[in-house]
Design a protein around this ligand. Structure first.
Ligand code: BTN
Length: 257
């Protein structure tokens, strides 16, 4: 087979397998699974053993060493619909549900969709929209890898699945579990709307929690209590009516003691 152009680097073609409703493309290496998935139709997913340009939120780089699950799923979406607004937190919910069903305990979400155990990050999600009716949900889970070996600034801040469940599943098997849950949650959102999921999602924040929001320069503090069915973050401040923020308004949420 010919090598394929895979976002700036020429790499061997993927191994392609059918997984239920999904078609999974598996690479040994690529730039970013989100960028590769940007070229693919709905219900296709991309997994790579490593990424040379793994992307995090706010243009940060994402350590994508061997042994982690680096996965992107292409989902159809009606632009600006209720499901569209709720999708980012719903994908976080699908990831938590999957990991819990495999035996992981004490998982929680940190807004908008980091998966943590205590204060340590297990998984991060990056949703990209490269075309109006498709969303690429990028899911990074530390499984057997240890990103702290690659980036000193992460010291003490991460955990990995193999510390939570033994034995942790292989990466293709884990991808299959995650994709099944993403498919289910996406169907629930489409058929029943965010109201169907909002209580289950809100149970995962372990809220209320004191937070500091960076609204692109302006800082607001208060108690994070969860999200509403429109996917907006709800913040409480003493003596004030609740305030709601759209995800794009919040550059960064920090949990404060
Ligand atoms: C974050 O917490 O900042 C989000 C991290 C998202 C990482 C995943 S790994 C698979 C997909 N491909 C990428 O380049 N990023 C996401």
């Amino acid at each position: 087979m010919n090598p394929v152009e895979n976002n700036t680097s020429v790499v061997p073609p993927p191994h392609i397998r059918a997984l239920g409703d999904w078609t999974l493309h598996e690479y040994a290496v690529c730039t970013s699974t989100n960028l590769v998935a940007a070229q693919l139709p709905a219900w296709t997913a991309v997994r790579s053993d490593t990424q040379t340009k793994g992307r995090g939120r706010f243009d940060r780089s994402w350590v994508s060493d061997e042994g982690g699950l680096w996965l992107s799923a292409v989902l159809p979406i009606r632009p600006k619909s209720a499901a569209w607004a709720f999708l980012p937190v719903a994908i976080g919910y699908a990831v938590c549900q999957t990991l819990e069903s495999l035996g992981a305990q004490d998982l929680r979400l940190r807004w908008p969709n980091d998966v943590l155990v205590g204060r340590r990050k297990l998984a991060g999600l990056l949703l990209d929209q490269f075309s109006p009716d498709l969303v690429v949900a990028g899911i990074g889970i530390n499984v057997f890898n240890n990103p702290e070996n690659r980036d000193d600034s992460l010291a003490g801040q991460t955990t990995r699945l193999t510390e939570l469940i033994a034995p942790a599943p292989g990466l293709t098997e884990l991808a299959a579990h995650i994709l099944r849950a993403v498919r289910t949650v996406s169907g629930q959102l489409e058929s029943h709307g965010p109201e169907f999921l909002v209580n289950s999602v809100n149970a995962l924040w372990h809220a209320p929690r004191r937070v500091r929001l960076d609204l692109d320069g302006t800082v607001v503090e208060g108690e994070f209590v969860g999200v509403d069915a429109r996917g907006r973050l709800e913040l409480r401040q003493p003596g004030e009516p609740p305030r709601y923020f759209e995800p794009h308004q919040v550059r960064c949420l920090r949990e404060t003691p």
